[in-house]
Design a protein around this ligand. Structure first.
Ligand SMILES: [Zn+2]
Length: 460
């Protein structure tokens, strides 16, 4: 066997039911990888969110160790959140270890790589680019080389939670084609030993189009004009995967992977309204209309807890000494956390029906908690419901997202399909986790497993 090489294609948000079942017959290239490889569902990180999930995947560290609890994270001294960037990643990622061992790498469009870092090869930052004149690639000379051939770099589709679906559909396809064009160019011109690209377009597609392509979504309209767009877009991704596959020789390990899955979202649980009703959160004046939780309108002198919404709820206690206007004495925090846990375990909807919840204490769940962890993390109805952070809804559950039209939530299981090189073909396997990617990749290159990382080596 020659020198090891590997291509990783990340499909952000690819769902097992769609890839392995519904659209399988429109994905012949992935089908041939499946037939000759090892594949199955891939359990995401908790939370199953793009940031931190990709970073967990490429570092073998859990979100607590990374201090990344979502797209936005708290910083000391403020109650608000700040969008994460690559400087928040303080651990090595798989391309760093491979570079240390003399392999040439390419990291393309991977989330949380802006600003780009020096690597032994090339890096093009993923979405959430730093604004202004900040570089979006390493080395900088790569920028004119790419833009001369492929036009201005498209890191993401703007405003994908919107109603102008024609625009979104077209922009997603254009972006996806550009990304694979760039990947092909890098593979041929830079000859990396390891190349990883992430296509964010699929995540944007799911959020924009889910109810139109999922016959089981409560808002699905049979015969709608977008119904076939799911099959078409998955087929486009498959054709692009096939293009890269043809460039790789038989010794190249090929891995297709996603950071989390996707599922129908039936609405959201209004967590801050609930905290207000229970007396934990006190506003200076009651919200007249639906509005985001304005921290300047919170009466911190009476507030015990508040929450951040999103795919899940992050609940923060207003702890004295930790928070700017802290109220809860440190020694009472544990008892309060336990009380909230009990009450969140017995939630009801507006008709008095139980809502299932999964409540996590990050200190118990992660191996370590860095950064600013929430005091509790709450998942509603196994992710069929989002957490609604805005206030003034007047009810527990609303039928839509509060940050723009969206009928898709993330799901626990993404996908993985690995074929070729040193990974034995095992067929369908259960129990693979997002953390397995780093040890498996390092093993493909014969690099010793770094101490302390999570995950199973699928070459073994
Ligand atoms: Zn994602």
């Amino acid at each position: 066997m020659g020198k090891p090489r590997m291509i990783v294609v990340g499909l952000d948000c690819a769902a097992p039911t769609l890839v392995f079942d519904r659209y399988r017959d429109s994905m012949p290239n992935l089908g041939s990888l499946i037939e000759g490889g090892t594949w199955g569902p891939l359990r995401s990180s908790e939370p199953p969110i793009t940031v931190p999930a990709w970073t967990c995947m490429v570092s073998g560290r859990d979100p607590g160790e990374l201090g990344l609890y979502g797209f936005r994270n708290r910083i000391a001294g403020k109650t608000g959140l700040r969008i994460a960037n690559a400087q928040d990643v303080r651990v090595k990622r798989v391309w760093d270890w491979l570079g240390d061992h003399g392999f040439r790498v390419a990291s393309l469009f991977v989330p949380l790589t802006s600003p780009p870092s020096p690597v032994r090869g090339d890096m093009i930052s993923g979405f959430l680019l730093q604004s202004g004149d900040a570089p979006w690639c390493f080395p900088r000379s790569l920028a004119p080389e790419i833009e001369e051939r492929f036009g201005p770099y498209i890191p993401d589709v703007e405003n994908f939670r919107a109603d102008d679906l024609e625009r979104i559909d077209e922009e997603i396809r254009t972006m996806t084609r550009q990304h694979f064009d760039i990947a092909e160019h890098i593979w041929l011109e830079k000859k990396p030993d390891f190349m990883m690209m992430v296509e964010i377009g699929l995540d944007r597609f799911h959020h924009a189009f889910w109810r139109h392509i999922d016959p089981h979504h409560p808002k699905h309209e049979p015969g709608n004009r977008w119904f076939d767009s799911g099959r078409e877009y998955y087929a486009l991704l498959d054709a692009e995967i096939g293009r890269l596959r043809e460039l790789a020789d038989g010794d190249t390990t090929f891995l297709v992977v996603s950071d989390h899955g996707a599922r129908a979202m039936r609405g959201g649980f209004c967590i801050n309204d609930w905290l207000i009703r229970r007396g934990y959160l006190v506003l200076k004046d009651p919200p007249g209309t639906v509005s985001p939780l304005d921290h300047d309108r919170v009466d911190w002198s009476q507030t015990i807890a508040w929450a951040e919404g999103g795919y899940y709820a992050r609940i923060f206690l207003n702890v004295a000494g930790r928070e700017p206007h802290g109220l809860v004495p440190t020694h009472e925090a544990t008892a309060l956390t336990n009380r909230l846990r009990r009450e969140l375990g017995a939630l009801q909807d507006d008709d008095g029906c139980a809502i299932s919840t999964m409540v996590r204490d990050p200190k118990e769940h992660y191996r370590e908690v860095r950064g600013f962890p929430p005091d509790l993390m709450v998942y509603f109805d196994d992710l069929a419901l989002r957490a609604i952070g805005s206030v003034g809804h007047g009810r527990s559950i609303i039928p839509e997202n509060d940050t723009g039209p969206d009928t898709c939530n993330h799901d626990w299981n993404g996908i993985f399909v690995v074929s070729g090189g040193r990974v034995p073909a095992r067929g369908r396997v259960e129990g693979a986790e997002i953390y397995d990617v780093t040890p498996t990749t390092l093993s493909v290159f014969g690099v010793e497993r770094p101490p302390g990382i999570l995950g199973r080596d699928w070459t073994a």
